[in-house]
Design a protein around this ligand. Structure first.
Ligand code: SF4
Length: 217
């Protein structure tokens, strides 16, 4: 839809400046970068999650990655260390990436919220909205070619859906403010609990390879 509007509307003499404004525009000066954004996040008190965090978990990986992986929220180990996906689920995620020859350091991994919800509860929509500007800015700086949403909560919150993950995987989604496809993977924590589903992750990974291939430069 965006391509059609941007290509044909100007040719028809229709002003699309109203439309372009919907694209992600970082609210911080251009000279700033991800490291400065991380400093802002460390001081953030925009939602109540700041009250119980030990550390913010900004995300890590390549700042030029084609692939950005977005989980739900930091857990205890992440809150203790300030690093994303370092527990058992994180190790499994690293293995999954390796199986398609992707070094974990070559992708960027983050979460919908940068602070751990107490008792590992799901992040609330208001918390995700409070934190979404940081995520948008990360996406704007990194300019990935695909966003991989890990698990039902991240997927439903980011896509504005309320569907089981089985209905969301192996499909490409587009949301108004991003110009890139979003796809949905099983969360590695779910695979740890249900190892028989591991083969489905292989399908997810193959699908990711297809997306990257079909959106190549
Ligand atoms: S979760 Fe996000 S918005 Fe809420 S306090 Fe942490 S950094 Fe700020």
């Amino acid at each position: 839809m965006r391509n059609i509007i941007e290509k044909y509307f100007p040719e028809m003499g229709i002003d699309i400046s109203w439309y372009s404004k919907k694209k992600i525009t970082p609210n911080i000066p251009e000279k700033d970068n991800l490291d400065n954004l991380d400093i802002l996040v460390k001081k953030c008190k925009k939602c109540n999650l700041y009250k119980t965090r030990n550390n913010t978990v900004f995300g890590e990986g390549s700042h030029n990655s084609d692939i950005m992986i977005i989980g739900e929220a930091p857990g205890k180990e992440e809150d203790d260390s300030g690093k994303p996906f370092i527990g058992r689920a994180g190790k499994l995620l690293t293995e999954f990436l390796k199986s398609i020859s992707l070094d974990r350091r070559s992708v960027f991994i983050t979460n919908t919220v940068k602070c751990r919800p107490p008792e590992n509860r799901n992040p609330e929509m208001t918390e995700i909205k409070s934190c979404s500007d940081y995520l948008d800015q990360q996406i704007a700086f990194i300019k990935p070619r695909v966003l991989v949403l890990l698990g039902k909560i991240a997927a439903n919150r980011m896509l504005g859906e309320d569907k089981p993950i089985s209905e969301l995987r192996l499909k490409k989604f587009f949301v108004e403010k991003y110009d890139i496809p979003l796809i949905v993977f099983y969360h590695p924590a779910y695979i740890l609990r249900s190892p028989l589903q591991k083969k489905k992750v292989w399908d997810d990974l193959q699908y990711l390879k297809t997306i990257i291939g079909s959106h190549g430069s």
